[in-house]
Structures are given as C-alpha cells and as structure tokens.
Design a protein around this ligand. Structure first.
Ligand SMILES: NC(=O)c1ccc[n+]([C@@H]2O[C@H](COP(=O)([O-])OP(=O)(O)OC[C@H]3O[C@@H](n4cnc5c(N)ncnc54)[C@H](O)[C@@H]3O)[C@@H](O)[C@H]2O)c1
Length: 386
C-alpha cells in the first residue's frame, strides 16, 4: 500500500510535542514525512527538517511558503499537523483547510469560540477532515472504556470524575520565567490558563467515554501564585446532555503530581477507573462483585481496544502509541475519502473540529463562571444550541 504523505508545522528541535507526532505518524508505516515548516526561525526550521530527512525543497522556512509550495504539487501532502503555539492554530488551520488539505490541529484548536465556529464551517465547506489532537483518547483502554459504556456494561452513567492536575508550575520563584509566565498572561494565553491547557483534555475525555456533551458548568478558579492573572487551579462541576453529573479538577500547582490525567466513570451497574500514568490497566468493579483489573492486550476486549494495541500484554504502551492511534484513524478516514467509501466505524473515533469548538465554549464558560462566583453558565457553542 502506498503511504500517505504527511507534513508538519511547528514541532521544531527541542519542542515538547513534535517528537511524539513524528513517532505517532510513523509507527504503523501509514504516513511518510514529506514536508515541514518546523520552527519559527526559518533557517533553523529548514536545517532541522533536512536533518530529519526532508528534501531540501520541502523543508520550508515558514507555513506560508509551505502552503504555496505544496498546494500545486501532484504529490502534495495528504495531511498536515499543526503543532505551533496556540495563538497561531486558527490562521494556519483555516488556510490549509481552505486549500483542501486534511488537518490535525493541536489543542486548543483556537483562541476563541468565534474562531472555533469558523473552523467548523470551513472544514464543512471544504470537505476536508479537521481533527484535533486529544491524543489521550487514543489509548487502547480508553477506547475500551468507551466501548463498555456504549454496550451498557455500566448501565446508566451517573457520575464522571476527571482530573488533569500536575505540579510543574508550582514554584513561585520560577513564575517570572518567560517560558512559564506567558501561560498566565491574558494577552498571550486568552481567557484561561490551566483549564485551557489541561482541563479541556479531561473534559473531552469525559465526553468521549460517556458519549455525552457538556451542557452547563460552574467553575471555582484560583491563582495560587499571586502574580498570575489567569488561573493555575480550577474545580469545575458540569452537567451532560445524557444526565451525567461531571466533576473535574485541574491544577498546575499540585506538587508531587506528574502528568496527573485520570478519569473515573460510575454507572448504575459498575464503575471504571483509569489513569494515564498506568495506562495498561483499567480498574473495573461490577456492582456487588469483586474489583477486577483489565489488562491492555488481554483476550476478549472490545474491537476498539484490539484495533489500537500493538505490543504483547505485559509490555508497556504509552503516549506516542496513543497518538499513533489517532494517526491510524486518520489514515483510514483519508483513504476512505479518496476511495469514496464510508470510514470503518471502528476507526471513526478521532476527535473532530466540533470537539475543539466545544472545548473553546467550555473555556469561555469556565472564565465567565469563575469571574462570577462559580455561577452556572451555558457551556455549549452558540452554533450547537438549537
Ligand atoms: N495534545 C497534547 O497532549 C499536547 C501536549 C503538549 C503540547 N500540546 C500543544 O502543542 C502545541 C505546541 O506545544 P509545545 O509544547 O510543543 O510548544 P514548544 O514551545 O515546545 O514548541 C513549539 C514549536 O513550534 C515552533 N513554532 C512556533 N511558531 C511557529 C510558526 N509560526 N511556524 C512554524 N513553527 C513555529 C517553535 O519553533 C517550536 O519548535 C501547543 O498548542 C500545545 O498546547 C499538546
């Protein structure tokens, strides 16, 4: 099978998320890395691209050059990943969608709800795929949780409890470090810091697993470090359209917590617990029975879990493999669209522009609620309120 052609914007040398995308996209030999504008410094971006194996005419100095260079090539890229800083996502994603490219955009997809609605409309009118990298939904056992909820193992879902709390910005003496400070500055970060950075992953995961959307929320937000204008900790209560009650804690000052992403789902017939730092075990307790540990890769899991596991049971699979599952889904969706056939339903699970938009509406709602003493506010994007 011919590999799909893949390009990347951002993710330059030393970036946090660039390597995980390159590992994820390359893992199943489905994509070939063909083009990139990897760095905000054109020369460094070109040089690094070539060191990674790009041809010199496809190691671009900036994304505008890349768009112009790729647009009319017969062998142009099939998919571009946007892994630049947040405030650039909207402009780059919109331009590539308008030119008919499929896009995987890093989160948060945009800075505002209005931009998010614009991206959803642009993707719809262009017919291109716009995915958003809620990459943690690619974990095999997260897919299995979703399948268990869908097939009714837990019965009606009463509660979901999600966390994304780390301690990496807890040092008050480091608060003025420019790499940390911008995140809490509204001029650069928008209306929210910690919720927009991490909380949206946890909230999206709650929707992904339960199959329900958040309708309203109430947020208690604080800045534990006084010099910060935006929140470094938030406790968010929310309600979902299927009746589930949601609780979410996100923090960047939780010393001792490392990545700190986890989720618990409690239904009438059982409860599930999963944490991203031990992603190969899922804790499952059916009502009135014993607590059980489900291992990634064991027999008789769901087709969704089987499809997204590669390494034998007992050997760890981690975050780049979860990202690889998003790329695997996207490869199936892109090939299906080329062949004008429906996408395999088991692969049709990658997060969409609509999910990115819902996150932006939740970000806005958290900021509004937080500013009004945790009042309950509508968390739906205006275009989904009818
Ligand atoms: N999905 C996830 O789990 C996850 C995890 C971490 C970061 N992210 C997201 O990924 C994005 C990047 O984060 P990061 O931590 O890798 O940032 P980073 O600062 O470590 O790296 C950013 C990279 O983008 C390059 N860049 C900046 N502006 C550019 C431009 N205009 N054109 C081309 N390249 C440009 C920089 O030179 C750098 O190489 C952010 O939106 C962040 O929220 C997502």
């Amino acid at each position: 099978m011919t590999k799909l052609k893949w390009g990347m914007i951002g993710g330059g040398e030393g970036s946090q998320i660039g390597p995980a995308h390159r590992l994820g996209s390359g893992l199943d030999s489905l994509f070939e890395f063909c083009a990139g504008a990897l760095d905000h410094r054109p020369d460094e971006g070109r040089a690094y691209g070539q060191r990674l194996g790009l041809a010199s005419d496809r190691a671009y100095g900036n994304w505008q050059e890349m768009l112009a260079g790729e647009r009319d090539r017969e062998d142009r890229i099939d998919l571009v990943t946007v892994a630049t800083p947040n405030s650039t996502h909207f402009e780059i994603t919109k331009a590539f969608l308008e030119a008919g490219f499929h896009v995987l955009c890093e989160k948060p997809m945009t800075m505002t709800v209005e931009e998010g609605e614009d991206i959803v409309r642009t993707a719809q009118s262009s017919g291109s795929i716009c995915a958003v990298n809620y990459g943690y939904t690619g974990y095999s056992l997260v897919r299995h949780m979703r399948a268990m909820v869908q097939r009714g193992d837990l019965g009606k879902i009463r509660l979901v409890n999600a966390e994304f709390a780390h301690g990496h910005h807890a040092d008050a003496a480091d608060a003025d470090n420019p790499r940390v400070r911008w995140r809490y500055d509204p001029a650069q970060a928008g209306v929210s810091a910690q919720f927009a950075d991490c909380g949206i992953h946890a909230m999206h995961m709650a929707s992904f697993i339960t199959g329900q959307e958040v309708t309203k929320l109430s947020a208690d937000i604080v800045s534990c470090i006084d010099s910060r204008e935006l929140e470094d900790d938030a406790m968010v209560n929310f309600r979902m359209d299927g009746g589930t009650v949601g609780r979410l804690w996100t923090s960047s000052v939780a010393i001792g917590r490392q990545h700190g992403l986890g989720i618990q789902v409690f239904g009438e017939k059982g409860g599930l617990r999963w944490t991203q730092e031990q992603p190969n075990q899922l804790f499952w307790m059916p009502l009135n029975e014993r607590l059980q540990i489900i291992e990634r890769g064991e027999a008789n899991l769901s087709p969704e879990a089987d499809r997204t596991t590669r390494v034998t049971i007992g050997h760890a699979e981690g975050m780049p493999l979860a990202f690889a599952n998003i790329y695997k889904d996207l490869s199936e969706a892109i090939i299906a669209s080329k062949e004008k056939r429906p996408t395999d339903p088991a692969a049709d699970l990658y997060p969409r522009a609509e999910d990115g938009l819902r996150s932006m509406a939740a970000v806005k709602a958290v900021a509004e609620s937080g500013a009004s003493d945790a009042a309950w506010v509508d968390a739906r994007p205006p275009m989904f309120r009818t």
